[in-house]
Structures are given as structure tokens and as C-alpha cells.
Write a protein that binds this ligand. Structure first.
Ligand SMILES: N[C@@H](CCC(=O)N[C@@H](CS)C(=O)NCC(=O)O)C(=O)O
Length: 213
């Protein structure tokens, strides 16, 4: 299998997930800033033109970070971060979808329509007039998640899961690249963020995510 990666929070999710499982995959790095992901060779692999993507040994291509993680857990095992029970799996997927919709998506749009408009305005429809509103939506999402974390160490139970990894990679990206740091008034979210920031995978995946590797 080959994992196609680039800068950005979405490939980071898969790299973080693999490290938590003690697994590795061969990687091919794609030059996102230079537009390699929107060139014909990569579009033939993933017509969405985005990273991450995984090519299996028999030629299947899987995209969408959480879907790749689910596939990895199914075929490679390691400590469960989605399963193992059907109920845990449902809870993890529920929280993953919630944080994607409430936080990751508005952060992505705030970034693309705002500070990164010079890059993304040439490759997709961007709404610069919506940038501030998207940042507000992300703040609303963070406030809601903060309330949900009351009395809990992790989103989907007592241990780290895919949902935490997805939210953490985007919370770090929001702070670092989108001018949306975790609000210290959100005490639950702040504690949760700091707890996960201490994990080796958080540190080890930063360099590529921010273009320093
Ligand atoms: N829904 C996709 C989003 C993937 C995505 O937007 N990846 C970014 C990198 S973090 C990307 O490829 N951006 C470059 C572009 O869209 O041209 C997922 O969950 O993996």
C-alpha cells in the first residue's frame, strides 16, 4: 500500500492515526502548494484532487481521511481507535461526523476564503465575503464541542479515538494557520487540546503538516 500525503490537516489525521497504532506505510509526498494534486497524474488517482489518498496493493484507491483510517483499522489492526464493539464504532463515527461538520468544515472554508485565497481562489470556487462568517461558525462549533466535553477526557468515551484525532488536527491547524486558537474560556476544550498535544504523534506529525519536512 502507498499513502499519498501533503501539507495540511487531512493527511496529518492519517499519519497521526497510524502512529497511535504503531504502524507505518510507505508514503509518496505530493506538492500541494505547487498544484501537483490538481495535475492530470494525481487526478487519475483521486478525481477529487485532494490529499490524503491510499492506493492498495491491488490498485484500489481510497480517499477521505477518516475512511482511510477505517480501512487501515480493518486490514492492519493495531490498538482500536474506531472499534472494537459496534457501539463504540458507532459512537466514534458519530463524533467524527459531528466535529467535521461543526468545526473542521468551517475552519477549512475560513482558511481557504481568507488567508489562503491566493492559493485556493485559482483552483475552486471561493467566497471571500463568507470568510468571517465561516470563522464565526467555527467558533460556534468550538463552543458547542467545549460543552460536550464537560466531564469527559475524550469525545467518544474514556480513550482516544479517531474523532479526537480529527478534531485535534483541525484545532491545531485552526490555531496555526487560520487565526482561530482555542479560546481559553473554553476550559474543557483547552484541557482536551493540551492533553492530546502531549502525545508523541501530535509532535511527530507537525513538521510535514506545516511544510517543514
Ligand atoms: N474531505 C477530504 C478533504 C481533503 C482535503 O481537503 N485535503 C487538502 C489538504 S489538507 C487538500 O488536498 N487541499 C488541496 C486542494 O484542495 O487543492 C478528507 O477528509 O480527506
Amino acid at each position: 500500500m502507498i499513502l499519498f500525503v501533503s501539507v495540511g490537516p487531512n493527511p496529518r489525521i492519517v499519519r497521526f492515526f497510524l502512529q497511535e497504532k504503531g504502524l507505518t506505510l510507505p508514503e509518496t509526498r505530493i506538492d500541494l502548494v505547487g498544484g501537483e494534486n490538481r495535475a492530470p497524474a494525481f487526478l487519475a488517482l483521486n478525481p477529487a484532487g485532494q490529499l490524503p489518498a491510499l492506493r492498495t496493493d491491488d490498485g484500489h484507491v481510497i480517499a477521505e481521511g477518516p475512511v482511510i483510517c477505517d480501512y487501515i483499522e480493518t486490514v492492519m489492526g493495531g490498538p482500536p481507535l474506531i472499534g472494537p464493539s459496534p457501539e463504540r464504532r458507532a459512537s466514534v463515527m458519530m463524533w467524527t461526523r459531528r466535529v467535521e461538520q461543526a468545526f473542521c468544515d468551517p475552519v477549512t472554508r475560513a482558511f481557504r476564503y481568507g488567508p489562503a485565497i491566493g492559493l485556493f481562489g485559482k483552483r475552486m470556487r471561493c467566497l471571500p465575503e463568507a470568510a468571517a462568517g465561516m470563522a464565526d461558525l467555527a467558533r460556534d462549533g468550538a463552543a458547542w464541542i467545549d460543552a460536550q466535553l464537560d466531564g469527559r477526557d475524550y469525545l467518544a468515551g474514556d480513550t482516544l479515538s479517531l474523532a479526537d484525532i480529527v478534531l485535534w488536527c483541525f484545532a491545531d491547524f485552526a490555531a496555526t494557520r487560520a487565526g482561530l486558537p482555542v479560546d481559553p474560556a473554553h476550559a474543557n476544550l483547552s484541557r482536551w487540546f493540551a492533553r492530546i498535544a502531549d502525545r508523541p504523534a501530535a509532535q511527530d506529525t507537525a513538521a510535514l503538516a506545516y511544510g517543514r519536512a
